[in-house]
Design a protein around this ligand. Structure first.
Ligand code: PEP
Length: 253
C-alpha cells in the first residue's frame, strides 16, 4: 500500500526562532493515523529541526550531486545524510526556473540522493501555456522520462512524485480535483508502463499548488492523490494542522 504523505516546503522563509517554533508546533500536531509528515526547512535550519523532531521527518529543499569538492555555496547529499536528513526536494519548479536546473542535472541529483539513502521527492508539473495548449500530459511524462526512468525498479521504489502545476504554485489558483486526478492517473499509468503495475500502485504521487484547508479534503480524496506538497499553508501552523489531521483524510474517503 502506498504511503499517505503531507509535506511542508517552507522555502526561503522564517527566522531561526520562527523555524524552531513552527517545527515544535508541527511535531505537536494531531497527525491522522498512517499519515507521514515531512518538513523541508531552509538549509540553515535543517539541523535544528532535525534535532527537535520526533513525530515528523525532516528534508532539505535542495542539494548538489557531487559529494564534496570546489562547489562554493553548495551542500551535498552526503553532508545532508550525515546531518540526519531523510528526504530532499528535486526538480521544484522554482529551481528549474530561477536556477535553470535541467532534466539532466535533476537526474544526477536523483542518483546522488539514492546513493546516500535520502528519499527524493521528485517534482514535476507544467507551466500555464502548456496547460492551455493541451499538451500537459506529454510534458509531465517527458519530465519523468528524462530525469527518473533511467532508475532501476529497486531504486525507483524509493522515490515520491509530486505533481505541481506551475500555474497553481503560490497563486491561489488550485487544480480542480478532475485536473489533479487526470494527471495523477496519467503519471501512475506511465510508471506502470515503465516499472509494472505493482510498483505504480505503490508509488506515492502528491499534489502541490495552493493546497489549503479549504481544498485539501477534496484533493486528498481523489483516488490517485496520495497527499500534498504544501508551500504557503505549511508556514501557518493552524492551516498545516488541518492538512495533517484525521478529519481532512477521513470524511471523504
Ligand atoms: C510549492 O512550492 O511546492 C507549493 C505547492 O507552494 P504553494 O502551496 O504555496 O502553492
Amino acid at each position: 500500500m502506498r504511503s499517505k504523505i503531507v509535506a511542508g516546503n517552507w522555502k526561503m522563509n522564517l527566522s531561526q526562532i520562527q523555524a524552531q517554533e513552527l517545527c515544535r508546533e508541527v511535531n505537536r500536531m494531531n497527525i491522522g493515523p498512517g499519515i507521514e509528515v515531512y518538513i523541508f526547512p531552509p538549509m540553515l535550519y535543517v539541523s535544528d529541526c532535525r534535532n527537535q523532531s520526533t513525530a515528523v521527518k525532516v528534508g532539505a529543499q535542495n542539494a548538489y550531486p557531487e559529494d564534496n569538492g570546489a562547489y562554493t555555496g553548495e551542500v551535498s547529499m552526503w553532508q545532508l545524510k550525515e546531518a540526519g536528513v531523510e528526504a530532499v526536494l528535486i526538480g521544484h519548479s522554482e529551481r528549474r526556473e530561477y536556477f535553470r536546473e535541467s532534466n539532466e542535472f535533476l537526474k544526477q541529483k536523483l542518483d546522488a540522493a539514492l546513493v546516500h539513502g535520502i528519499k527524493p521527492f521528485f517534482c514535476c508539473g507544467e507551466p500555464l501555456e502548456i496547460r492551455e495548449n493541451g499538451t500537459f500530459l506529454d510534458y509531465v511524462k517527458k519530465q519523468l522520462e528524462e530525469s527518473v526512468f533511467h532508475l532501476s525498479a529497486e531504486a525507483f521504489k524509493q522515490i515520491v512524485i509530486a505533481y505541481e502545476p506551475i500555474w497553481a504554485i503560490g497563486t491561489g489558483r488550485t487544480a480542480s480535483t478532475e485536473q489533479a486526478e487526470e494527471m495523477h492517473v496519467a503519471i501512475r499509468s506511465r510508471i506502470s508502463e515503465q516499472y509494472g503495475k505493482e510498483i505504480a500502485e505503490n508509488t506515492s504521487v502528491l499534489y502541490g499548488g495552493s493546497c489549503n484547508p479549504g481544498n485539501a479534503q477534496s484533493l486528498f480524496a481523489c483516488e490517485n492523490v496520495d497527499g500534498g506538497l504544501i508551500g504557503g499553508a505549511s508556514l501557518k501552523a493552524s492551516e498545516f494542522a488541518v492538512l495533517v489531521s484525521e478529519e481532512t483524510w477521513t470524511i471523504l474517503n
